[in-house]
Design a protein around this ligand. Structure first.
Ligand SMILES: [Zn+2]
Length: 367
């Protein structure tokens, strides 16, 4: 008997002993089939085969065993050839094999393909648009998220908060800000107006932008403003303010950053200084305002609570009549936002250079 009888579809002659084994199998399988499918019972041809073999000892029997590997699958059968007509028992075996083959697809098999094939169909579309679309459509700046904090709000909040993590010193959560000496426009209105323009300018250049506030009717402390920028995953925090002085002659633009000795965020000094210098230089170029340079300050809550490079832009003096009126014009506001955006462009260009240089050094490139 061939070793691979379970898989062959060849007919072969069987010795008498095996003949009975085959008959036993046929009847047993027919019996099994009735357990799997109630509407299938042992057919008459089995009995006919047994009778035929019993009555005709000289009968020869050939068998075709089922094969699941051939295409199409072989239908099993046992054929007893006697002096009369051959008797082929196919139904009983077919009845027992077919349910066992078709039972698995209808029970366990179908439950696997849906779960295995459905996820790739649903996951692929949901990943592809979010992963590939932004870089292709928004350009190189799309990877940067800029937090814009329009200084102050409709009503100040004099409640105190620490000026930095672990600080003993505290300050008002939000000061009320200054006001235009000529236009009477409050600082919080000017900062929000310019912030909207800056947002549009940066968005047009492909940056992503988060606004810390978009209305005057909010109550967000300086600490909370810095924390919101962190929570949003921003790369830099740009805080917009306008200056005030007892001297009406005071004028010009300045930007603020922490000092190298800042006790809270000394590691942010260098990038914050670079950001401030880039923005300051570009602002002066764009507006031709008086250059008051960079001011390093360590008592600003909105700086000390930052976890990303931060700068405060003092766009001009609202206590100076000329600058107060100038800052209310659309033309000058546009110069301000273009200057700030140019400075931000410059900052990221410098940061990118430093990053690639550091990477090159790590790779051992000579300089
Ligand atoms: Zn202010």
């Amino acid at each position: 008997m061939p070793q691979n009888h379970e898989y062959t579809d060849k007919s072969y002659k069987t010795p008498r002993l095996l003949l009975w084994v085959l008959i036993f199998m046929v009847t047993t399988m027919a019996g099994c089939s009735s357990e799997r499918a109630d509407d299938i019972s042992a057919p008459d041809p089995v009995q006919k085969l047994i009778s035929s073999l019993t009555l005709n000892p000289s009968a020869t029997v050939s068998a075709v065993l089922p094969s699941t590997t051939s295409t199409p699958p072989t239908t099993p059968s046992i054929t007893a050839t006697t002096s009369s007509s051959p008797i082929t028992v196919t139904p009983s075996i077919t009845a027992s094999i077919t349910p066992s083959i078709s039972a698995s697809p209808t029970t366990s098999m179908p439950s696997i393909p849906p779960t295995a094939s459905t996820p790739p169909i649903t996951i692929a579309p949901s990943i592809t648009p979010t992963a590939s679309a932004p870089p292709v459509t928004q350009g190189p700046n799309a990877g940067y998220l800029i937090a814009i904090d329009p200084g102050h709000q409709g009503r100040g909040n004099s409640e105190q908060e620490p000026i930095g993590p672990g600080a003993d010193e505290s300050k008002a959560k939000v000061a009320s800000g200054t006001q235009g000496v000529s236009t009477k426009v409050p600082e919080y209105e000017l900062t929000l107006l310019v912030a909207f323009r800056l947002r549009d300018q940066l968005t047009a250049r492909g940056y992503q932008v988060i606004m810390i506030r978009e209305s005057h009717d909010v109550d967000i402390s300086n600490r909370e403003r810095a924390e919101r920028a962190t929570e949003a995953g921003a790369d830099i925090l740009v805080r917009l303010h306008a200056n005030g002085s007892e001297s009406s002659d005071a004028a010009g633009i300045t930007t603020l950053c922490p000092s190298a000795g800042n006790p809270y965020i000394p590691h942010l000094y260098e990038p914050s200084r670079t950001l401030s210098e880039s923005v300051q230089a570009a602002l002066i170029t764009a507006t031709a305002a008086r250059d008051r340079g960079i001011t390093e300050a360590d008592n600003m809550s909105g700086i000390n609570w930052a976890t990303i490079p931060v700068t405060i832009v003092e766009m001009g003096f609202m206590t100076n009549q000329t600058e107060d009126e100038l800052m209310q014009t659309e033309d000058y506001q546009q110069k301000l936002v273009e200057g700030m955006a140019n400075g931000i462009d410059e900052y990221f260009a410098l940061a990118s250079e430093k990053a690639s240089s550091a990477e090159a050094l790590l790779k051992g490139y000579p300089f």
